[in-house]
Design a protein around this ligand. Structure first.
Ligand code: NDP
Length: 449
């Protein structure tokens, strides 16, 4: 391994000893950019890597709220303002019991690279809380969001830091957060949050963007390797925002989506998932995916038991992990390959454990890496910010076309970067190299800050 990278990796491990997800994300990037570092020995003197992996700022705060039964509960809020190199900090908020500093830092770190790949002027940030909106009433969610924003508002602004949604934070939560921000600041600052409702400054296609974008990226990657989505069996983990719109777009391209999941289990419908039913259950009723069988009793429900999700046991051509980090283990990767998978597209952030990605690449499986393949959401968030500044809205067709063009460009950047360094079809390294090159240029130009 390159000596400079080795030194940086040892340092980051020592300083962040318990932050496993963050260390995993840093290691994956640093190892894959080794050929670039070898070409640029001058980076060591200016501590370029050390500065890139260290957040500009990490904020934590107390979030108390009162439940419907009158009990006061206290959660921890986070915001990492990781990098403002190429634009205001930008990245979602996650509400989930698993949220901790390591998860927020890994997401923030990945976000810098993803945002650089979009070609748009957005830096990297991420935030959230160890609060789980599942099973809470609308009033409880509102009170929690208001309390969260009462602290967060000190640190954000449309030219400073622009949060959006992520796991557990959808249009409902963004609405409550925006209302509280506006009330405290006494200003209509449309671009301070993205993923807003259409009635008060949201953009058409933002809801669909991550899932649609993933499929646009997959379409490009497959076409470049003489494949297409038409007639292929596809399995998609998750049944949230990313999974639902990935399913819808894949079906529009003629794919047969046979399975989806949530954290309790997966549904397998060999006739093809009826996405309208999934939307009704998950988006409207906020129910469980198992309820699909009430409408389609012929489908199968397989409960999640161990670490390996049962969805990856199902024979498929294309696998799209769209739920959460490290959901696809090495065992699952082996099973997928044994069953004939030929392409994997990461809709979630870092859904494959490192060994699973390495296994796929070793077996010549096409891998669409998260930083590139799920960048459509943040790209259209940036388009939402532009519309808020212009005080003018684009049509669905216009935004969808922009999304498509951005995803084609991102794929092309990954492909060229992989080619330039002789990495063949390793788009995982291609994405890291393409993003890193842009960030390293900006960092060098801006001096030691
Ligand atoms: P949602 O909250 O809308 O949906 C998440 C889905 O994943 C749910 O079906 C949930 O099941 C499932 N899930 C969550 N945690 C786990 C777990 N530990 N094990 C198994 N299943 C789980 O989130 P999104 O669809 O917005 O986000 C999904 C992924 O995509 C995340 O990694 C996120 O960071 C990433 N992403 C999202 C973007 C966006 O625009 N929304 C943009 C780019 C990336 P259950 O209902 O049981 O909790």
């Amino acid at each position: 391994m390159n000596k400079y990278i080795e030194k940086v990796l040892n340092g980051v491990k020592e300083k962040n000893i318990n932050e496993t997800e963050y260390l995993q994300a840093v290691e994956e990037v640093l190892i894959s950019i080794e050929p670039v570092i070898a070409k640029h020995p001058e980076y060591e003197k200016i501590a370029l890597l050390e500065r890139m992996i260290e957040p500009e700022r990490m904020i934590t705060f107390r979030v108390p709220y009162v439940t419907d039964k009158g009990q006061t509960l206290v959660h921890r809020g986070y915001r990492v303002q990781f990098s403002s190199l190429i634009g205001p900090y930008k990245g979602g908020l996650r509400f989930h019991t698993s949220v901790n500093q390591s998860i927020i830092k890994f997401l923030g770190f990945e976000q810098i690279f993803k945002n650089a790949l979009t070609g748009l002027p957005i830096g990297g940030g991420k935030g959230g809380s160890d609060f789980d909106p599942k099973g809470k009433s609308d009033d409880e969610i509102m009170r929690f969001c208001q309390s969260f924003m009462t602290e967060l508002q000190r640190h954000i602004g449309q030219d400073i830091d622009v949060p959006a949604g992520d796991i557990g934070v959808g249009e409902r939560e963004i609405g409550y957060l925006f209302g509280q921000y506006k009330r405290i600041k006494d200003v209509y600052e449309g671009g301070v949050l993205t993923g807003k409702g259409l009635s008060y400054g949201g953009s058409l296609v933002r809801k669909e963007a991550t899932g649609f974008g993933l499929i646009y990226f997959m379409r490009e990657m497959l076409a470049n390797n003489n494949f297409s989505l038409e007639g292929k069996n596809v399995t998609i983990s998750g049944a949230g925002n990313v999974a639902i719109y990935a399913c819808q777009k894949a079906q529009e391209y003629g794919a047969n989506v046979i399975a989806m999941s949530d954290s309790n289990g997966c549904i397998y419908d060999k006739n093809g998932i009826d996405i309208k039913v999934v939307k009704q259950i998950k988006e409207i009723e906020r129910g469980r995916i198992s309820e699909y069988l009430k409408v389609y009793p012929h489908a199968e429900y397989i409960e999640c038991k161990g670490k390996d999700s049962p969805i990856w046991e199902i024979k498929t051509d294309i696998a799209l992990p769209c739920a959460t980090q490290n959901e696809l283990t090495l065992n699952s990767a082996k099973k997928l390959v044994e069953n004939g998978v030929f392409a994997v597209g990461e809709g979630a952030n870092m859904p494959c454990v490192k060994e699973a990605t390495e296994y796929f690449l070793d077996k010549n499986i096409l891998v669409a890496p998260a930083k590139a393949a799920n960048a459509g959401g943040v790209a259209i968030s940036a388009v939402e910010m532009s519309q808020n500044s212009m005080r003018y809205y684009l049509s669905f067709e216009d935004v969808d076309k922009k999304l498509n063009d951005i995803m084609v460009n991102i794929f092309t950047s990954c492909k060229y970067a992989a080619n330039e360094y002789g990495l063949g079809k390793n788009y995982v390294a291609g994405a890291n190299i393409a993003a890193f090159t842009k960030l390293a240029d900006a960092m060098t130009a801006q001096g030691i800050v």
